[in-house]
Design a protein around this ligand. Structure first.
Ligand SMILES: Nc1ncnc2c1ncn2[C@@H]1O[C@H](COP(=O)(O)OP(=O)(O)OP(=O)(O)O)[C@@H](O)[C@H]1O
Length: 605
């Protein structure tokens, strides 16, 4: 029998609080002031430990070289070639930026107590429920798919990166990482689909950082003010770009690989200054990047790695022209020369078709069904009239408060349709005893960041949000996502509820459904069924009555979920795909992973 939703919140919170996350927007980083190091001291490490000096001719941000003491600990991770320049000592490394020498801020705060030297096998499991991922069905299609790995130690990512993985307390790779990292390290283009919260960020960051580290010294053109990053990571929202930047900085700590973020709504002058200090990996939102390209402050001529996070969103109507401009109408090397990686939890077929234009002989990887939601999230849907939504929300919040566990407060994310609706609901909640804040496109960037910080810290444990917060954000302790207004598109629903139940932890999602949401009845019922949720009878009745509505609600009408590589449909043949995959001439599937033998029928067959 199911427990009540309030109990579920309480237990999800209790479980989730047991774990401590490595990731997150605005994770606290101990700030360390830049320090000038006189030339005669530049080859001394800051640690009290004596350390061998190493000089490496790997490419540094815009051709600036740096020295770093290499740690003397045992080498781990594959064949263990030492690609890095990092200092393995405590509390920070040294980096050359803009001709001066700066101490690299330790993004792990002061927890760098030598644990990075621990063997992977000795690490504590930090509360991540890895078993939740073990049974997941994995399918990869394309030519010569590199086999997956089971452990990080099997992959030769480089010593410094391995040390950072340990600092993050990642004990073993998640399924998408097991499969995607070897594919990317083999320099293959990739379209990867894996459930929300399953570790896609690291899956594209690790190979990029490792590739730049092992790439050897690379002469970059010298523009007066132009910078030449080696890798570009694009994401649809400012907050997600900031989060990817924070994550990538952790992974790149002491590797000498410099990560910079640019996004709209923040002063461009500050971002330009940061760029001038050198950049290897540029994380960007499309609008701000186009601005910088037009000002000739960034050139994409040297790009070796292009990653699109939330790729289906990036190629959706809103963003596609900008993405095409960036990828096809600039000096970026063409597909086949650069390596391109697309990641998302959802990948509608029509977007897969568009995406194929950016890829060359790519591998399609699906971890779980495309667009499915994780079973870690308990989904509830309640029939609530429009006029009753506020009082119903209050009831939920009161019960949640009554059942709340002590300690850090469970965070609740409430999604609404409009910016006005977000403001008004925030006001309503705040004046009714529930401290709330809001995030949406009409708020200034400063307000957005403040709201997110206040939510994360638990000061305002309720965040009312539009879809600007639906994708990618990894906020620890979100125990409950409430769809006060349901979205029109089932994929948006998948991303929204994916703000809880991340990295193996449990979560709860409640949706208010009424006659205005009829077009979602069928895809919602299908999605819930597919992720083993209890579907209310009334929703099943609505779903069976629902007419085919077409559009992007791909589960509606047909009843069968099209979670697969569109090339396998054999109905579409154009552009880059036709070069490699004739209608009857594709090679699939190379293997099935996730504990399934080859005799097991694929979910897509
Ligand atoms: N191997 C690992 N072991 C433990 N935790 C991990 C591992 N890889 C990633 N994580 C953690 O899992 C959480 C979710 O990762 P991430 O944000 O990359 O998910 P995602 O798949 O990109 O989700 P979304 O689809 O919502 O964007 C993060 O807190 C991250 O630090």
């Amino acid at each position: 029998m199911r427990t009540s939703w309030a109990d579920t919140v309480a237990s999800a919170e209790a479980e989730n609080l047991a774990a401590s996350d490595c990731a997150g927007v605005g994770s606290t980083a101990r700030s360390t002031k830049s320090t000038y190091v006189p030339p005669h001291l530049r080859n001394r490490q800051q640690s009290s430990e004596p350390a061998a000096l190493s000089y490496s001719a790997t490419p540094l941000a815009n051709d600036k070289f740096s020295y770093g003491g290499s740690s003397s600990g045992p080498r781990s991770g594959g064949s263990g070639q030492d690609y890095g320049r990092g200092g393995g000592g405590r509390g920070g490394g040294w980096n050359s930026r803009g001709g001066g020498w700066e101490r690299e801020v330790n993004p792990f705060g002061n927890d760098d107590d030598g644990s990075a030297e621990q063997a992977f096998s000795e690490q504590e499991n930090t509360g991540i429920n890895f078993d939740a991922y073990e049974d997941i069905l994995v399918e990869a299609s394309g030519d010569n798919v590199p086999p997956p790995v089971e452990t990080f130690a099997e992959i030769d990512l480089g010593k410094e990166l391995n040390a950072n993985i340990r600092r993050c307390k990642y004990v073993k790779p998640t399924p998408v990482q097991r499969h995607a990292i070897p594919i990317s390290l083999a320099r293959r283009d990739l379209m990867a689909c894996a459930q929300t919260g399953s570790g896609k960020t690291a899956a594209f960051c690790f190979p990029i950082i490792s590739g730049i580290m092992r790439g050897g010294y690379q002469q970059r053109p010298r523009g007066v003010q132009t910078v030449f990053p080696l890798s570009l990571i694009l994401s649809p929202t400012r907050e997600l770009s900031m989060q990817i930047h924070e994550e990538a900085k952790k992974f790149a700590y002491q590797t000498g690989v410099k990560v910079v973020v640019v996004y709209g709504g923040a002063p461009i002058s500050q971002q330009l200054r940061e760029l001038e200090r050198g950049v290897d990996i540029l994380v960007a939102t499309p609008g701000r990047l186009v601005d910088l390209l037009e000002r000739a402050r960034v050139s994409l001529q040297m790009i070796r790695y292009l990653a699109l996070d939330e790729a289906d969103r990036m190629l959706d109507m809103g963003f596609e022209p900008q993405i095409r401009k960036i990828v096809e109408q600039t000096d970026m090397p063409p597909r086949g020369i650069r390596q391109t990686m697309l990641f998302s939890a959802t990948f509608p077929k029509e977007i897969q078709r568009l995406a194929a234009d950016f890829l060359s002989n790519y591998i399609f990887l699906a971890v779980g069904r495309v667009g499915s939601s994780t079973e870690l999230i308990v989904q509830r849907v309640e029939l609530v009239n429009e006029s009753d939504k506020r009082s119903h929300l209050m009831d939920l919040l009161h019960a949640q408060r009554a059942n709340g566990v002590h300690g850090k407060q469970a965070l609740t994310l409430v999604f609404v349709e409009t910016k006005k609706g977000a403001d008004s609901l925030e006001h309503f909640l705040s004046t009714n005893g529930f401290p709330a804040t809001s995030i949406h496109g009409d708020r200034s960037q400063q307000e957005r960041e403040l709201a997110l910080r206040s939510f994360k810290s638990g000061n305002t444990p309720i965040l009312v949000a539009t879809d600007v917060a639906a994708r990618g954000l990894d906020i620890p302790h979100v125990a409950h996502v409430i769809n006060f207004d349901l979205p029109n598109d089932i994929d948006d629903y998948v991303h929204r509820i994916g703000r809880t139940g991340r990295a193996g932890k449990k979560g709860l999602a409640t949706a208010f459904f009424n006659e205005g949401n009829m077009s979602l009845a069928r895809p919602l019922a299908d999605l819930m069924q597919e992720s083993n949720q209890e579907v209310p009878n009334w929703l099943i009745r609505y779903a069976s009555r629902a007419a085919y509505v077409g559009g992007r609600n791909r589960r509606s009408g047909g009843g069968r979920f099209s979670g697969r590589d569109f090339r396998r449909e054999g109905t579409f043949n154009r552009g880059g795909v036709a070069d490699y995959y004739g209608v009857n001439n594709y090679s699939v599937p190379s293997y099935m992973g996730g504990g399934y033998g080859s005799s097991v029928t694929s979910a897509w067959d």
